[in-house]
Design a protein around this ligand. Structure first.
Ligand SMILES: NC(=O)c1ccc[n+]([C@@H]2O[C@H](COP(=O)([O-])OP(=O)(O)OC[C@H]3O[C@@H](n4cnc5c(N)ncnc54)[C@H](O)[C@@H]3O)[C@@H](O)[C@H]2O)c1
Length: 393
């Protein structure tokens, strides 16, 4: 079939196998080029990445495997291809990762299924035992719209809404470049509670408990989960909204995991980047487009793999304890949050209109990153060529 991006309501519903392979390979090459710097550090040897197939989780798996040479087990929820339709990008990314890892002589196992379930935790524990692995690092990088509680079977759904009032803000449609005013109704108490159930730290703690009880953690292991803070202008919809509540719960969970003695737990605050869900969050496409433009103008733009490379080499495994902010979190978002960058972004956010959008914001950069996350707009791929949805192994 000829594969062109199929974007419906700002969600891309297909993927290009060849483009995904090139993108995964590019990230691996970024890390391979830094291998000498990794070799000087005492990094993790056995790593579990929960949410391993795309975004920050995939970058974490690549950095620990191809940088430190660690054995990696990955868990993600992806859909494979059929005769009629392509798989999800993460399905191709996982396959590409496993093939590259095998070729490099690295141990890797990937599990597709629900990370929130007890069955998945048992599968990972069984594989760790079979391979003789004890995890010294567990990366928790889930982003999910829903969670089935393993005890009760109740399905919880996360929402991105403000708390205590309506949110109104400027936003842009990255596909039409049309600016508009978004309005999002405030969340109910039930929606807040459900979002915390899905995106808070409960499942992270359950993973650590299960791994610890099964004896598949190394002595003094580390675990890290990812979060975002962002600028004040996004707080009503993000940090002070439903997702922010879930992230506060995640941060409190880090303290609980550390307190339990199961692992030293960190939350790392990462930069805003374009991932599969970015285009549907109000204000984020406009903020990220302006941020990209400002950071690219200053030569300080980073993508997932750059962020995670710095997190592992300069923070978690630098040889000394990572610097923490006043809330006890690791920060790799300091370039995004720098005062000069934020002042410029805020000024552009306030004054941007359709006449100067292209000058003030990198909407095209946003759109291209979004397409690349699905294997489209990748250099070197012939998008007119007939491809099988199964791609090449
Ligand atoms: N994207 C950003 O701008 C940004 C910035 C800072 C922090 N973060 C945080 O980083 C983390 C990862 O986000 P991302 O943007 O890389 O997301 P992503 O959508 O690219 O990746 C999410 C991963 O979770 C997996 N997943 C989802 N539901 C699952 C389930 N039920 N079982 C197993 N796997 C499941 C997916 O398969 C995928 O591997 C999130 O906690 C997010 O809040 C993201």
């Amino acid at each position: 079939m000829i594969l062109k991006p199929m974007v419906r309501n700002n969600v891309c519903i297909n993927a290009h196998p060849g483009g995904c392979a090139v993108e995964t390979g590019r990230q691996i090459e970024v890390i391979r080029a830094k291998r000498p710097a990794y070799d000087r550090l005492d990094g993790p040897k056995a790593v579990l990445v929960v949410g391993c197939s795309t975004g920050y989780g995939l970058a974490s798996r690549i950095a620990t495997a191809f940088g430190f040479g660690a054995a990696t087990l990955g868990v993600s929820y992806e859909r494979g291809p059929s005769e009629a339709s392509t798989g999800t990008p993460g399905w191709y990314n996982n396959r590409n990762f496993d093939a590259e890892a095998l070729a490099a002589g690295l141990v890797s196992r990937t599990f597709d299924g629900d990370a929130y379930s007890r069955a998945m935790k048992e599968k990972v524990i069984a594989a760790a035992r079979e391979l003789g692995l004890r995890f010294d690092l567990v990366v928790y990088s889930l982003a999910s719209p829903a969670r089935t509680d393993p005890e009760t079977g109740t399905v919880y759904r996360s929402v991105i809404k403000p708390i205590g009032g309506v949110y109104r803000g400027k936003t842009v449609d990255p596909f039409s470049s049309v600016l508009s005013h978004a309005e999002v109704q405030g969340a109910s108490e039930d929606e807040i509670a459900q979002t915390v159930k899905v995106m808070g730290g409960e499942d992270w703690a359950l993973w650590l408990e299960a791994l610890n009880a099964a004896g598949v953690l190394a002595p003094e292991p580390t675990t890290v989960a990812y979060s975002y803070v962002g600028p004040e202008l996004s707080w009503p919809i993000y940090r002070d909204g439903t997702i922010g509540r879930a992230k506060s719960h995640l941060e409190a969970t880090a303290r609980r995991i550390t307190g339990s003695g199961a692992a030293k737990a960190y939350v790392s605050i990462n930069k805003a980047l374009v991932t599969r869900a970015s285009a549907v969050i109000p204000v984020i496409p406009l903020y990220v487009s302006i941020l990209y433009k400002v950071m690219k103008e200053r030569g300080i733009h980073e993508d997932c793999i750059d962020q995670i490379d710095r997190l592992f080499r300069d923070r978690l495994y630098s040889g000394s304890a990572p610097a923490l902010d006043a809330e006890g979190r690791i920060r790799v978002d300091e370039l995004e949050m720098g005062a000069a960058v934020q002042a410029e972004v805020a000024s552009r956010m306030a004054r941007v209109d359709s006449s100067d959008l292209a000058e003030l914001a990198d909407v095209e950069g946003f759109r291209l990153d979004f397409l690349r996350a699905h294997g489209f707009a990748v250099e070197g791929i012939d998008y007119e060529a007939d491809v099988s949805p199964y791609g090449e192994a």
